[in-house]
Write a protein that binds this ligand. Structure first.
Ligand code: TXA
Ligand code: MG
Length: 319
């Protein structure tokens, strides 16, 4: 993808009735609107308009053929697009609205652009909890396809300012709903029959899901999709990233956790939810200082696994 098209004037919209009406109108005419969810800001387009969806790929400079998540207002709306099953119902009851995405078979006559699914016969769908996302979905009245609202391969945005820094001039509007609470993308769960499969760690932990289902999650050993979340060097700051650091070396800024305090600290009290909420924002801030980033060890429990997954990608050799 190239960024050669002329810059457009990116509107900043507030989370009031005027802003929401404008955002919905822009989506209806096929324009791109960044909006807040409880996980990260999404770059939204009408999931039924192929050209609008194509514009997402262009604005992000995203490698083609990576499928997108569709956002809907509630479970009833989700059922119009995907084949439903008992396991899906259990997870939707427990975690929707919230930071969980379910990958389910598409229904006939679903109306979703094939650019959203990258030609797959399944759809990744979620019901976000953020009140501004909910209000936008209801005002728009249709499915919104949205990846994270950042240029491909860069840190995910958790504020409207992050979105503007990456995509100003390339998208029609940014709907500002303040900082995101969860700060990590949604957990993605697929199914092999009634067996749930962890496709991406995220805002709902594996333990929480296993508790609801009463079954161990399978992890995907090998995947047929080359997803950006699965590319090794993803979520990358400009500078180098070094993990499991106890102190900063020359030219590094330390990102602390727990007992190890840094230039910025993810959670001084060692709370993984607080750390997740701060992760991308702190990486953005340290990256803006220039130089490299050293990160304190984060435990591999609960949300810690998703945090370590993002950090490992941020630290991976750049391709
Ligand atoms: O929290 C989130 O999930 C955010 C907010 C905006 O909702 N969205 C997000 O989207 O993280 P994105 O595009 O950055 O990540 C979508 C992931 C990709 O790894 C993609 O491969 C996977 O979802 N995905 C989408 N459709 C899929 C499908 N049919 N089967 C398997 N994986 C799929
Ligand atoms: Mg992303």
């Amino acid at each position: 993808m190239s960024f050669t098209s002329d810059p457009i004037d990116t509107e900043r919209l507030s989370e009031n009735a005027t802003g929401l009406t404008r955002a919905a109108a822009l989506l209806s005419k096929g324009a791109l609107v960044a909006f807040p969810t409880e996980t990260v800001y999404g770059l939204g387009a009408d999931a039924r308009q192929g050209e609008a969806v194509a514009a997402i790929y262009a604005a992000k400079g995203r490698p083609a053929f990576n499928p997108l998540i569709v956002h809907v207002a509630d479970t009833v709306s989700a059922k119009a697009f995907v084949e439903w099953a008992h396991v899906a119902q259990q997870l939707a009851d427990a975690f929707w609205p919230g930071p969980l995405t379910l990958v389910l078979p598409l229904r006939p006559s679903h109306g979703i652009s094939s650019l959203v699914t990258a030609g797959l016969d399944t759809l990744a769908i979620r019901v976000p909890a953020h009140p501004v996302a909910q209000a936008l979905l209801r005002s728009f009245g249709g499915p919104i396809a949205a990846p994270s609202a950042n240029p491909s391969g860069r840190i995910s945005p958790t504020t409207a300012e992050h979105v503007a820094a990456g995509l100003e001039g390339r998208i029609a509007a940014i709907l500002d709903g303040g900082p995101c609470d969860v700060g990590l993308e949604s957990t993605i769960i697929g199914f092999e029959g009634a067996q749930a499969v962890m496709l991406r760690e995220g805002g709902v932990s594996a333990e929480q899901i296993e508790q609801v289902l009463g079954q161990a999650l399978r992890t995907q050993a090998d995947t047929t999709i080359s997803a950006p979340g699965q590319l090794l060097s993803h979520y990358a700051p400009r500078g180098a990233v070094r993990l499991n650091a106890t102190q900063a070396r020359e030219g590094e800024h330390l990102l602390g956790f727990g007992e190890i305090s840094g230039a910025l600290t993810l959670s001084a009290k060692g709370d993984l939810a607080e750390a997740a909420a701060n992760l991308f924002g702190h990486l953005h801030k340290l990256d803006a200082l220039g130089g490299a980033i050293a990160v304190a060890p984060i435990p591999m429990t609960g949300l810690g696994r998703a945090i370590n997954d993002r950090l490992t990608r941020a630290a991976a050799p750049r391709g």
